[in-house]
Structures are given as structure tokens and as C-alpha cells.
Design a protein around this ligand. Structure first.
Ligand SMILES: [Zn+2]
Length: 331
């Protein structure tokens, strides 16, 4: 039997499963994405039809000869809920095609290669910890701020999964008993306050209350319902006062929430990804300055807040990273 290939010659196919598309890429052991592809994801149809999209994306990236395929493994980053240990997709709201679908097993059987599956936030957290902004830190807290807020906790190159695999749902930690109801059913989750759609919702309310002219409404063509997180971001860039007030308030919420995270796990670094996360980078110093008011930790202000390395490619890099999860390798 031939000796195993050194790490420098090993590749991973990172598969990013989304509500509308499957993206996949060939990723090196150093986290470089060599080439990528994307195909539509038919989420409304049968389970096998959706798996055929994964098959098409992966087949277009794997080398033709069977022998050279042995240097590959395949990792999929998917919306949850899912079981990261068994690799079964349980019942994600935006993937109605898959109910209790054994994705990791199907991947492993289809290509006879090692396979791993985890939720998108855990996977992206691990990619940042191994290859991105979290490199060199042992305790990493990652948050992606976009349509929702997903988080992942990585200790020493290993995703922290908790007792049943459901840990790391920081986006659904509440900071306000009287806050708005989140899509998950709880009140005052940080997602219900600081995700893109909820930043837009707060902006709409502020415009209605202030009755002052705002570029936000102008950018949305005068239609309040068309206001999105991106509209607020663009209005802010153009100097709009209402947009600034909404984003200042968002930073206050994030500081309060992060204070809880720091008091609980005291991470070595906090990394923000996603569209809203990129925007909030301008408030990192502001947030750090507010942390002492929301922590008992006397050194919370020292916590580095960094922007993510992988933005659009977080799912591909994340899928690849979970194949290298120190916990899974040990097991
Ligand atoms: Zn929630």
C-alpha cells in the first residue's frame, strides 16, 4: 500500500449548500481556494434531485482518474438544523427537500471518499480559525451577520458542538426580555435586533417616528417595504443621519451581546463575517469601548475584534475546514 500523501498534496472539496445554489471549490491544506463552481439548488423537489445538484458540483471539480482522487476529502456546509456527528440534515426551513437526509453518508458512498457535514456558521468559524483571521488563536468566537446571525465556537482547532451537536447558537441568545420576537420564537434574540432585515425594520420604524427626510427612503424608491440592510448601509455611506443612528444602536446591541459571550467563554479573538459584519467593522473600536459596561471581565476591552478573511467563499472554505476538524480527526 502506498504511503499517505503529505498534507501539501491533499485537497478538500468544500461544498456550500444554500437555499438557492450549491457552490463548491477545491481547497488546499493551507485554505487556498484553487477553483470553484456553482449550480442551482432545487430545494422544493425530491431529496435525490437536490442531491444530484451536489453530485454535479463535486463531479465537475474532482479529477477524472480514480487514483488521484484518493488525495481528496469532501466537506459540506449546510443550513441547520443538522446533526454534525452523523451528518444527517434534520429539517432546515430553507431546504424543504431534505428531511432526515443522511448527507455525509451519501457523499461518502457516492465517491468512496471521507466526508463531513456541519452547519454553515460552525464550518465558517473553523475556516477562520484554521486559515483566516483566527489563525494562531486557540479560542475563537465567530459571528456571521447577514440575513440571520450565525455563530460558531472553536477551541484548539475543534468546533465546540455541545452535548447533542446543537451548541454555538449565539444568534439566538436574547439580550432583551421585552424585545421583538425572533423567527425562532424567542424574544429579543440578537438576530431579531441586528441581522440585516432587522436593522432595516428598525430603520423603517425610526423614519416613521422622526418624519424627517432620510436617504434610506430615497434609496428604496420611496417604498418603505423595499428598505433592506443594504439600503441602510448605502444611506450611511452617503452621510445619512438616520442610518448612522440605526447603526450606532446596532453596535450598542452587539456590545451588550458580546459582553455576555466574553463573560461566558472569554475568547482569544472575535471575528465578524457576513455583509452586515463587514459594515460593522467601522464600529469595532466603538464596540470595544462599550464592552466594560457589559462585562464583569476587567480586561474585556483587550479582546481583538477582527473582520473575516472569507466572505463570499465562507461556505466553500468552511466545508473544506470541517474535513480537518481536530475533533473529527481524533475520532
Ligand atoms: Zn432567535
Amino acid at each position: 500500500m502506498a504511503a499517505p500523501a503529505p498534507d501539501s498534496e491533499r485537497y478538500t472539496i468544500g461544498v456550500d449548500i444554500g437555499g438557492t445554489k450549491v457552490a463548491a471549490g477545491v481547497v488546499t491544506a493551507q485554505g487556498e481556494i484553487l477553483r470553484k463552481t456553482r449550480v442551482p439548488m432545487p430545494t422544493q423537489g425530491a431529496a435525490e434531485e437536490a442531491f444530484a445538484a451536489v453530485r454535479a458540483a463535486v463531479d465537475s471539480l474532482l479529477p477524472g482518474e480514480k487514483g488521484s482522487r484518493e488525495r481528496y476529502s469532501i466537506g459540506a456546509s449546510s443550513p441547520g438544523p443538522l446533526d454534525p456527528r452523523s451528518g444527517v440534515i434534520i429539517n432546515p426551513p430553507n431546504l424543504p427537500c431534505w428531511r432526515d437526509f443522511p448527507l455525509a453518508q451519501r457523499i461518502a458512498e457516492t465517491w468512496s471518499l471521507p466526508a463531513a457535514v456541519d452547519n454553515d456558521a460552525n464550518a465558517a468559524a473553523l475556516a477562520e480559525a484554521l486559515w483566516g483571521a483566527g489563525r494562531g488563536y486557540s479560542a475563537v468566537f465567530y459571528a456571521t451577520l447577514g440575513t440571520g446571525i450565525g455563530t460558531g465556537i472553536v477551541f484548539d482547532g475543534k468546533v465546540y458542538h455541545g452535548r447533542t451537536g446543537a451548541a454555538g447558537e449565539g444568534g439566538h441568545c436574547s439580550i432583551d426580555f421585552h424585545g421583538p420576537r425572533c423567527a425562532c420564537g424567542k424574544l429579543g434574540c440578537i438576530e431579531a435586533l441586528a441581522s440585516g432585515p432587522n436593522v432595516a425594520r428598525r430603520a423603517r420604524r425610526r423614519i416613521a417616528e422622526s418624519r424627517k427626510a432620510s436617504k434610506i427612503l430615497e434609496l428604496a424608491g420611496g417604498n418603505e417595504d423595499a428598505v433592506t440592510g443594504e439600503t441602510v448601509a448605502e444611506a450611511y455611506r452617503r452621510g445619512d443621519a438616520v442610518a448612522k443612528a440605526v447603526l450606532d444602536e446596532t453596535a450598542e446591541y452587539l456590545a451588550m451581546w458580546l459582553g455576555n459571550v466574553i463573560d461566558l467563554i472569554e475568547p482569544d479573538v472575535v471575528i465578524f463575517g457576513g455583509g452586515m459584519g463587514d459594515l460593522m467593522a467601522e464600529w469595532f473600536d466603538f464596540i470595544r469601548g462599550k464592552l466594560p459596561a457589559w462585562t464583569v471581565n476587567s480586561r474585556s476591552r483587550e479582546t481583538p475584534l477582527l473582520g473575516a478573511r472569507y466572505s463570499q467563499d465562507a461556505g466553500i472554505a468552511g466545508g473544506a475546514a470541517i474535513c480537518l476538524d481536530a475533533g473529527k480527526r481524533a475520532g
